[in-house]
Design a protein around this ligand. Sequence first.
Ligand code: BGC
Length: 846
Amino acid sequence: MFKIDKLLIENKENNVVTDVKNPHLSFSLISDRNDAYLESYNYEIYEGDIRIYKTINILNKNQIMIPIEGVPLKSDTQYSLRLNVRNNLGEEDSGKISFYTAKLGESWKGKWIGKYVDIPKKSSPTPLLFKKEIEVKKDIKNAYIHMTSIGIYQLFINAKRIGDSYFAPGFTDYRYQIQYLTYRDIDLVKGKNNIEVIVAPGWAVGAFTYKRNNAIYSDTQKLLFELIIEYVDGSKETIGSDESWKVATNHHVQFADFYDGEIYDAREMDINFEGVQIYKTPKKVKLIQEYGAPVKVVDTLEAQFLYETNNKLIYDFGQNFAGILEIEITEASKGQKIEIKHAEVLKDNDVFIRPLRTAKARLVYICKNGHQKYSPLFTYMGFRYVSISGISSENIKVKGLLLSSDLPNTGRLRTSNKDINRLIQNIYWSGRSNFVDIPTDCPQRDERMGWTGDIAIFASTGCFVFDMSRFFDKWLLDMNASQSRGGGIRWTIPYDKAGVPSFAISVWGDAAILVPFQTYLSRGDMNLLKRQYPHMKRFVNAERFWARFLSFSKDGRCILKYPFQFGDWCAPNEEFKEWTHKGPWIATCYYANSAHILSKVAKILGHEKDAIYYDKLYGSISKAFEHKFLDENGKLYFEFQSGYALALSFLKIDDNKKRYMAHRLGELIKENDYHLSTGFPGTPQLLFALYDYGEIEVARKLLLQDTYPSWLYQIRKGATSIWERWDAIREDGSINLGLANEDDEGGMVSFNHYSYGSIGDFIFKRVGGLSPIEGGYKKFKVDLRNRLLDKSELQFDSPYGLIEIKCDIKNKNINILVPVSTSCLLILPNEKEVSLSSGRYVFKDF
Ligand code: BGC
């Protein structure tokens, strides 16, 4: 048996619509015979049933992101592609995938429409309801829509919601690029049809960021719309948004924004429509068919009713997640007001909303008579508990809809330790909850911004757990758009007016290097790497500029400290001053790592000169760190865990010295009674640094530690997602708001922040055993030495197909699946190295 397993266009399996003129094909293969690899392939392109193109037989081993060439594609057309493959064993198969082209750059007939409404300071304007009635007189063959907005929209045709995504057209740097969406096979009736679009303020117009900036991109919501009707008689009509459309501000959705929630009045009402304003199409903006990973309902959760307190019903979903409620009201009377609050934790038997800071995270629903259902469409919350007032528990049913970018879950790992399994699950949940169109820091409080530092350290873990290709492809375009001339990277992306101008702030800015490189390693897309390369280079050059700034000695010019560094952000038992104090050590290590990665990328892309230059730079930074911060044995003059962890993982230092450094790191940890003390930047490297340089027992104890501060402490405390602070809930059960004085305003604590989940990278690589050697796991390593746990079972959907690694040390059983067209370097527990090509292998003797 030899089969095409997955067939993708633009990294998508179904419902592919694209504006890419030469869309990209990727495929994986399966075979029940060992040593199989792709030998040749060809593809045919069909328009309807008619074959319009066939390639010659292509002798090329690449299976990832192959540009479809040979025939110019027309806009708004359905095509299908038949792929015929042959392997080295003479077996053949073929498969088919269909895709639509969208506008392919054709101009829009619709006009941008909107209406200016006053926006109160730090708040969001009312959602706008746009309306157009059309009359269909002839028989329809086909109808489809292209549309987008500034703000977030939902489309209704004859009162039926169209599409299943949330927050379209998504969050991009609206100054440069806006996605538009296409809806096919629109159902219209003969006669009158009602088109309605609600555009809520969303990210572009609504209050967003911890500063509650509003009107970040526009001072009002706008809509751009086109309905194309093809009639049976061969004629075609386009109905675009224009002066004839109407708009209203008083309608059922009275208020909606991300932080404060939604107010919905379900009662019948007279809606006053007025004329729209016409806006010019901004010049610099490119409208591109959706190329990211849209937010959808990816799962549903049942709630458990806990109790009633002070006329409030308290429910528990048993899981912290990002999403919304769906409520079904079996009985209510007109005007009855239901209020729902969302929170991650309970305190004094009620939902505790102080960690949300200024975010109200509230739904207000005003009932009509009788049975009704409601779920908000223009907001989301991060929560586990809800309180509901205004109705009795018999009259309401509650469900949780998990909202997240529609990312395939690619990496799964189970071990013999149930707490580690829960930790892996929590990493999954924090990824799900924070990949909501952009990589956010947290899903609940008044932030949910694209903080670059958090994703910089979580990218490698995220790329194990999910297929991040489309998600990062989109986000990195926004990074490029807001990169400063000098190469600086903003703290938050897409641009949101918050933070400071972009400098070379380490870790946060290093996202420019880490995110594309990790995406390349896991998905193997050379196009992305090529596109990002100039931006990666500019960022390292910016780091170089700032390292040299006001420094005159040879070594000093390699130490990165200005203009500001976050340092050991969030390190336990310390405060901002201590975190930032450690800036130069941490920034210099990350700078070296970025130069190192850049030299590898230059090599992969064939830029030999750059490869040599950045490798040298990496060497000089490492040397400077050694001279400035380490004594001749390798002891840091100023010792701290993150300092050792990062120097060990990132710097080019003699191996003997490294062993001594690892020993010192081990000592520090022992002095701390086997507890970590790392902030965001040091955490992902801490266990690698110990384990890879011989301190395996310390690594094991640290991994399995369950008193504060440690990963398993939060598991013991019942966490269902990763906390922002190691002691978000203290041993005595109190909540750490991150305030010196509990009565102060503000604070900083979230129970769903993936940053410390960056340990996932270590767990997948060293517990699960899997690391990529070549992009897309074309070649990978399975290292099963020094087992930390008795048993592990890892599955990873690589772009070439499923990789499976089962290792049971006690029962002496190793079972490995290597996908077709890939190869694996296996290191057995007894240090023996074996090279494997595709197939399934069992080892009992090791
Ligand atoms: C966010 C972080 C972020 C940090 C940087 C916090 O408020 O939640 O995760 O990286 O700010 O300042």
